[in-house]
Design a protein around this ligand. Structure first.
Ligand code: ADP
Ligand code: ASP
Ligand code: MG
Length: 445
């Protein structure tokens, strides 16, 4: 079994959806397809939830009308058999009517999740009928029946696997199963999400659950690039990454993969391929346990970072002091990403600032506290990176950009810098020049 995930732009138009069918037609064997909503639809659904809060019913109605036109015109372009066509339209209208009904109930987290995950519900149904219309036998699966993920960081993939098997047991055998990304059922049995961009994570959870031979993530770019192509020119796709390299880059902001995507496949050593739906002939990126190349690979940036400095001339390096500091973060279940220390101060970073106020109230007992928001972690990644001679060139950047913290040597495949977010793009571009463009040949020794 293979798991194939197609993202929003891959299913964003009639033409792209036809492309997806052509890609499927080329491969053989059993496949589970995990699909996102059509590009832009989830954002519209998020807007609806804002209008539910604001009780702005006319705004809700106009978005629902827009979504109806978008999906119905897609159905008309793709599905010409009358029964399949009207079945798909009825399905979409039921989903939209349900949103309409929900909009008059009390706002809650699960109402939010129920509304924002309907983009996937609508598109998967249309896609399933489109395949049937084109003569491809397939089964439509409701992910809410098996995507039981109580712990977002550590999903119980065995449980998901058992529920998936139970779900397909009574179905007619088919080579293609189609299901929704993004949605999950949480520990309280409520509808929830895997967070924005979560369909990548749905695909790898499912791959681990069914012990898939591989996962393919199909998107709008030809693989994992060595730097963020939204901010840097002359980036290129990387042929291969190790699981650890990819996990580090995804966690530290590379938008192409949801931050948690890699962990389910690392455990089961399932290779992951990143491919471009619009140029399927290109090789893309292979992410696996087999590393054939070492040295510098890529740079990513994660925004929304808060830096906290605790200055204490009394007892910073005294035995037990750091433990007390860490216990405060542990108490509020807040992960620390970077740490640097000096004799009289410790600086650390967090990205989850939901409990910042409480954390600071407790930290004040240990010294003088400074907080700086809107920072970005720039993450430089490659197996054996610190043995790569050219890596040292990154320090030349210190002449150009105020770097707030540096983490070097924590592992031999990662160097992280903390900069003010207003300097992020300049840092990414500067590093690209120094580490990739100015070096003629790899300098790894
Ligand atoms: P999908 O809708 O298919 O999930 P995303 O928009 O989430 O697609 O991810 C693909 C986009 O990620 C690319 O179009 C690109 O702009 C952006 N991106 C950011 N960093 C990278 C990177 N290192 N390599 C490739 N793409 C990246
Ligand atoms: N449709 C969802 C989003 O836009 C999930 C995804 O595309 O991965 O966040
Ligand atoms: Mg994505």
């Amino acid at each position: 079994m293979k798991v194939l995930k197609f993202g929003g732009t891959s299913v964003g138009s009639v033409e792209s959806i036809r492309n997806v069918k052509n890609i499927l037609a080329k491969g053989s064997g059993k496949k589970v397809l995990v699909l996102s909503a059509m590009a832009g639809v989830t954002n519209k659904l998020v807007e609806i939830t804002d209008f539910i809060k604001a009780e702005n019913y006319s705004a809700i109605n106009s978005i629902i009308a827009e979504l109806k036109i978008k999906h119905e015109s897609t159905i008309d372009a793709l599905i010409d058999q009358p029964v399949l066509n009207s079945q798909a339209k009825d399905f979409i209208n039921n989903v939209l009517q349900n949103i309409q009904d929900l909009s008059h109930t009390k706002y809650s987290e699960s109402l939010y999740a129920e509304v924002v995950t309907t983009g996937e519900t609508m598109l998967t149904y249309i896609f399933s009928n489109f395949l049937t219309n084109s003569g491809f036998q397939n089964n439509f699966l409701n992910a809410k029946e098996f995507m039981k993920v109580s712990n977002l960081e550590n999903p119980d993939t065995d449980l998901v696997g058992k529920l998936f098997e139970k779900n397909i047991a009574h179905l007619e055998p088919a080579d293609i199963y189609i299901t929704q990304g993004f949605v999950r059922i949480d520990g309280q049995n409520s509808i929830s999400t895997l967070k924005r961009g979560g369909s990548d994570y749905s695909a790898t959870i499912l791959a681990a659950a069914v012990q898939a031979e591989e996962v393919q993530i199909w998107t709008d770019i030809d693989g994992f690039h060595n730097n963020d192509p939204r901010y840097v020119e002359n980036t290129h796709a990387i042929a291969e990454l190790s699981f650890e390299e990819a996990a580090e880059l995804a966690y530290f902001g590379a938008k192409i993969l949801h931050p948690q995507t890699i962990s389910p496949v690392i455990k089961r050593q399932i290779p992951l391929f990143l491919k471009n739906t619009f140029t399927p002939e290109l090789p893309g990126t292979k992410i696996s346990a087999e590393i054939h190349s070492r040295g510098l690979k890529a740079i990513s940036a994660k925004d929304g970072i808060t830096a906290i400095k605790i200055k204490s001339n009394r007892m910073l390096m005294a035995h037990g002091f750091l433990k007390k500091i860490f216990e405060v973060f542990d108490k509020y279940e807040t992960a620390i990403d970077m740490i640097t220390t000096s004799e009289i101060a410790i600086s650390l970073t967090i990205d989850d600032d939901r409990n910042l106020k409480e954390i600071l109230e407790e930290l004040i007992a240990y010294g003088e506290i400074t907080v700086e928001k809107e920072h970005s972690i720039i993450c430089i990644v490659g197996e054996g990176l610190i043995e790569d001679k050219s890596t040292s060139r990154l320090f030349e950047l210190l002449n150009e950009i105020p770097v707030r913290m540096i983490s070097y040597g924590g592992s031999d495949n990662n160097i992280s810098l903390l900069v003010d977010t207003k300097n992020k793009i300049q840092t990414l571009q500067g590093l690209n020049r120094k580490l990739f463009e100015d070096r003629a040949i790899p300098q790894f020794v």
